[in-house]
Write a protein that binds this ligand. Structure first.
Ligand code: 3HC
Length: 311
């Protein structure tokens, strides 16, 4: 019986059909989607912290409003993705518990400090730039709720990337100190941004199966190469230098060759030993605990509204 169900499922995947919450799916398909979608949601929520740090210190009202909008978008993306994850039979509380206890993974990139205002530009330009490259293929992923969530997320990400690049362009065209600030931010965020796209295909435990299930439509290395090819000309356009001595245009492949990533650093950060891992989790736990009264008040208000309807 299961053999038939699996054969039908594989046929549906081969026909690019969308798998919906109530459809039969292999337990491993369900589990890997809970894994990836929950990590994606956690990344969005934790991703608010490095940027939130600069909302009160933005250099102008216009920059403050744009950054505020971006951070609010990340919150929305997180809640969107938690909802998509719940359709697979996990509870929101369990997912929060996994994040707060340190058990859950979220994107390594958010464990680096945001030292100057230029970091807001580098994050928008590079981190959201890499996120778009990673998320556009996910709009065609086989699990319906995830694919549909990605359509909305990708639209908002492009605004994030553009506002970040505009900050970098402004600084790069500013005073020598401002240009130096932009270059310093590029130096610190370049390699961690490449790491966002995951280990090499050879080292990736999930890529092969995720490609078969059309969860992934492109591999980690393909996406990383696309990010480099797209971003290098943008850096050149504003006169910034990519901090990779091995970066070189390859006339044959029509792609950039680039240096080896520091995978030791990558795994250290993924395992929780990055510069800000502990602070990010404690900030999240504090926000959760300090926000309890807001959640309780909202529930009490909702119950009152419900009771009024029944009067
Ligand atoms: N940070 C933390 N953990 C990572 C990682 C990273 N950058 N890259 C890989 N890992 C983990 C994986 O989760 C996996 O661990 P697990 O088995 O415990 O889950 C392990 O390293 C092996 O890596 P794989 O490549 O085999 O894992 P995946 O197939 O899951 O690929 C991925 C990793 C490319 C990040 C994939 O999960 C993915 O595409 N996720 C959806 C997109 C996402 O989460 N993006 C995070 C960016 S944050 C963001 O978009 C916010 C934006 O608004 C800025």
């Amino acid at each position: 019986e299961i053999k038939n169900l699996e054969a039908i499922f594989d046929l549906r995947i081969a026909n690019d059909e969308k798998i919906e919450p109530k459809d039969w799916m292999p337990e491993k398909y369900r589990q890997t989607h809970i894994r990836q979608i929950s990590q994606h949601a956690h990344s969005e929520i934790v991703g608010m912290l490095p940027e939130g740090n600069w909302i009160t210190r933005a250099p102008s009202l216009r920059r403050k409003v744009a950054l505020l909008a971006k951070v609010q978008d990340e919150a929305g993306h997180g809640l969107y993705l938690y909802s998509a994850c719940e359709t697979l039979g996990v509870s929101r509380e369990d997912l929060y518990e996994q994040l707060h206890s340190g058990a859950a993974k979220y994107s390594s990139i958010f464990n680096y400090p945001t030292i100057t205002w230029a970091d807001m530009g580098a994050i928008g330009w590079l981190v959201d730039g890499a996120a778009i490259i990673n998320q556009v293929p996910l709009t065609a992923t086989s699990y319906g709720p995830y694919a549909r969530a990605m359509v909305r997320v990708c639209k908002e990400e492009s605004f994030h990337q553009r506002q970040g690049f505009e900050i970098m362009m402004t600084l790069a065209n500013g005073t020598p100190e401002q240009k130096e600030m932009a270059q310093d931010a590029l130096n610190r965020w370049w390699w961690p941004s490449l790491m966002m796209l995951g280990p090499t295909d050879a080292a990736s435990v999930h890529t092969e199966q995720s490609m078969k299930w059309k969860l992934k439509r492109k591999t980690n290395d393909e996406l990383r190469q696309q990010f480099v090819d797209q971003t290098v000309p943008q850096a050149e356009l504003i006169g910034l230098t990519i901090p990779d001595p091995n970066l070189k245009w390859n006339e044959e492949t029509k792609r950039y060759d680039f240096g080896e990533l520091d995978w030791e650093e990558f795994w250290q950060v993924v395992k929780g030993h990055g510069p800000c891992n502990k602070k990010r989790i404690s900030d999240r736990v504090n926000a959760w605990e300090n926000g309890k009264w807001v959640r309780d008040a909202a529930m009490a208000y909702a119950e009152k509204q419900e009771a009024k309807k029944l009067e």
